[in-house]
Design a protein around this ligand. Structure first.
Ligand code: NAD
Length: 258
């Protein structure tokens, strides 16, 4: 029977790219995230066609700890252990610390950090029972370095990198690994507002706004692709990667080498 892989925030962007890569490897995907019913149906169809047997969908809001608990207990009870857990759902909001809305801070910490604690604590017992598990946390370059006006995001992503190390140590003697992938700029809806804002500030086209963001931080001056992040995630699920645990893997065109 195909192993279950839950990718949070997989109705869009990086999560969808990772779900595609895991579907091609034959995992049975559990998609999660928001979106119009048509968009979610299309994602489920695509994932099925790529190789995932009967993909599932959870519409759970991951800022709600009790909703996560209910949904994961149900899935594990009815479908079996989640073998691969990709904590990817995340959001961004930019403002200076003095102007940062308190509700946005709470929301970012809940989604980008606490949700990974809840999914991990709920998936681990069944992973331990079957002595196999792969936990991949999609952190960010902002889990390693900071940028201005992103205090909540930077705090959450540094927290997620720390939580990755703690999980790796607590599972080190089993065939369970936990790693953080730290992408640089990846062209998805999450960064669209920042691209538009930059284009607006500079009075240039959206395309030039995107290029300006790249030039400032990412030495390769190319966006990371969701396919590249999917391929790395798939590799981390193989036996070849069984001794990689507690790592922070930058995929950032050289951003954090500076
Ligand atoms: P995206 O906006 O395209 O996708 C975010 C996903 O999370 C969507 O499926 C959305 O529906 C889901 N989501 C949002 N709020 C949710 C909630 N409350 N509950 C459940 N699901 C929710 O963004 P993306 O760029 O693909 O980002 C994915 C991850 O990658 C995030 O954690 C982000 O921080 C990280 N990341 C992105 C970049 C980048 O440049 N795009 C760089 C580094 C790290």
């Amino acid at each position: 029977m195909a192993q279950l892989a839950l990718v949070t925030g997989s109705t869009s962007g990086i999560g969808l790219g990772i779900a595609r890569a895991l579907a091609e490897a034959g995992y049975r995907l559990v998609l999660n995230g928001f979106g119009e019913p048509d968009q979610i149906d299309a994602a489920l169809d695509e994932i099925g066609q790529l190789g995932s047997p009967s993909p599932l969908y959870l519409g759970t809001d991951l800022t709600d700890a009790s909703a996560i608990e209910l949904a994961l207990r149900e899935v594990i009870h009815s479908e079996g252990p989640i073998s691969v857990l990709v904590n990817n759902a995340g959001m961004q909001f930019t403002a200076s610390i003095e102007d940062f809305p308190v509700d946005k801070w709470d929301q970012i910490i809940a989604l980008n950090l606490s949700a990974a604690f809840h999914t991990t604590r709920l998936c681990l017992p069944a992973m331990r029972n079957q002595n196999y598990g792969r936990i991949i946390n999609i952190a960010s370059v902002h889990g390693l370095v900071a940028s201005v006006n992103k205090s909540a995001y930077v705090a959450a992503k540094h927290g997620l990198v720390g939580f990755t190390k703690a999980t790796a140590l607590e599972t080190a003697k089993s065939n369970i690994t936990c790693n953080a992938i730290c992408p640089g700029w990846t062209h998805t809806p999450l960064i669209q507002t920042q691209i538009e804002q930059r284009a607006n500030d500079m009075g240039v086209s959206i395309e030039e706004g995107g290029r300006a963001l790249l030039t400032e931080k990412q030495p390769s001056e190319q966006f990371v692709t969701t396919d590249q992040l999917g391929a790395l995630t798939r590799f981390l699920c193989t036996d070849a990667a069984s001794q990689i645990t507690g790592a922070q893997l930058p995929v950032d065109g050289g951003w954090t080498a500076q």
